[in-house]
Design a protein around this ligand. Structure first.
Ligand SMILES: [Zn+2]
Length: 388
């Protein structure tokens, strides 16, 4: 057995500790990549994940890369004296819906700030944004799931002149975030006047789906007063299905609808648009209300919000280290703006110790300012900003 295996959790100064750390960084990346591969298979190819190896004539199941990732988890668990979490794919995926710090208690998970990181969204079975970031750059990873999910929508938009396409994009995304559960017929007339029929068809067929009867509470679907999403039964009453909403508002529902009378946004859309959209729209609406000329999702989502030459991205990564790494690698659409703000919801900053400090430190760049939503509002809404 190698020296490093006996090194213990606290020793990282020596060379063997360094190698172990590097291997385990890859370990998390390979686990995240496994999660992404399987999610893509289930989302886009409609295949169910089975524990049996992929064999000739039976494309459903696990490939060699998946087996390797599971084997690496098994080994790491053995070394740390943990149960063998890599042995069975369904067990492993179920664990991935819980914070890494609860089951994969490796020193590197702690050091990388990943204790509270979850790789799979429990309700939707969709990888979290953090899983995608952790898998980024891992061998064999291709286009992001989000890109694939919205490919047809973007393709239809691209057939229109730039300015028009951008306006359609913002209109549709704004609508979807504000109406996670709705009767599409109620909006059909209003929206079909504003977006082309082909775009409307995509909204109808790809962005929304029937509400399952399992979403009923006492026969109907309770709707959240704050964000319009459906609510579910919690331990102490109804709970909104939007995590960002639960974090900020007390649960309240004053209306209920028949499941057959409404549609819900499809699970991928929920994860990529609705969940982050709650905070994005809250900031956007507050800026507009203060007279600041904010634009939402300009240039088909170059940034989340733009105010003049200020670009704003809003993120709610659990781990400031993972988010910091992402922006260290690339600032994405913020590069188009002279002033660059990376904004974190106040509720999120309050729930993670030293969030902004850790984020800024990991990112290690001075061309992006990290601040809370309320700080961003104060800065952009003030008369001195020149925008308000
Ligand atoms: Zn809500």
């Amino acid at each position: 057995m190698r020296q490093a295996m006996h090194a213990g959790a606290t020793e990282h100064g020596d060379e063997s500790g360094f190698h172990e750390s590097t291997n385990n960084d890859r370990l998390i990346a390979s686990l995240a990549a496994l999660v992404i591969r399987l999610a893509r298979m289930s989302l886009f190819e409609g295949k169910m994940v089975s524990g049996t190896s992929r064999t000739h004539g039976s494309p459903v199941g696990l490939g060699p890369d998946d087996r390797r990732a599971m084997g690496a988890i098994s080994r790491a668990c053995l070394i740390q004296g943990l149960p063998d979490h890599g042995a069975e794919i369904h067990d492993l995926l179920a664990l991935c819906t819980r914070p890494l710090g609860e089951w994969l208690t490796l020193p590197e998970v702690v050091h990388a700030g990943l204790n509270h990181t979850v790789l799979i969204h429990a309700d939707d079975g969709i990888p979290t944004a953090e899983a995608e970031e952790l898998a980024a750059g891992f061998t064999g990873m291709t286009a992001a799931i989000e890109e694939q999910l919205f490919a047809r929508f973007m393709d239809v938009l691209s057939r229109h002149p730039e300015g028009q396409a951008n306006a359609y994009y913002t209109k549709v995304r704004d609508f979807v975030v504000r109406n996670p559960v709705c009767n599409l017929d109620d909006f059909k007339l209003g929206l079909t006047e504003e977006v082309p029929a082909r775009v409307w068809l995509i909204i109808q067929r790809e962005f929304y789906e029937a509400v399952p009867t399992g979403w009923c509470v006492d026969g109907t679907v309770p709707i959240c007063d704050h964000c319009g999403n459906a609510m579910k039964k919690g331990r102490a009453g109804l709970v909104c299905r939007t995590a960002a909403c639960v974090a900020t508002y007390p649960a309240r529902s004053s209306r209920s609808v028949a499941a057959s009378s409404v549609m819900r946004v499809a699970r991928g859309i929920r994860q990529y648009w609705v969940e982050p959209g709650i905070d994005e729209l809250r900031l956007y609406d507050a800026l507009r209300a203060s007279g600041t000329p904010a634009e939402l999702y300009p240039f088909r989502d170059r940034v989340d919000i733009a105010v003049g030459d200020t670009g704003i991205d809003l993120k709610t990564y659990v781990s400031p280290e993972t988010l910091g790494q992402k922006f260290k690698r690339s600032i994405g659409g913020l590069a188009y703006y002279a002033q660059r703000l990376l904004v974190i919801p106040d509720w999120h900053v309050a729930s993670v110790p030293s969030y902004l400090y850790r984020l800024t430190r990991t990112m290690g760049r001075d061309d992006v300012t990290c601040l809370t939503v309320s700080e961003a509002l104060a800065r952009l809404g003030s008369k001195e900003s020149g925008y308000a």
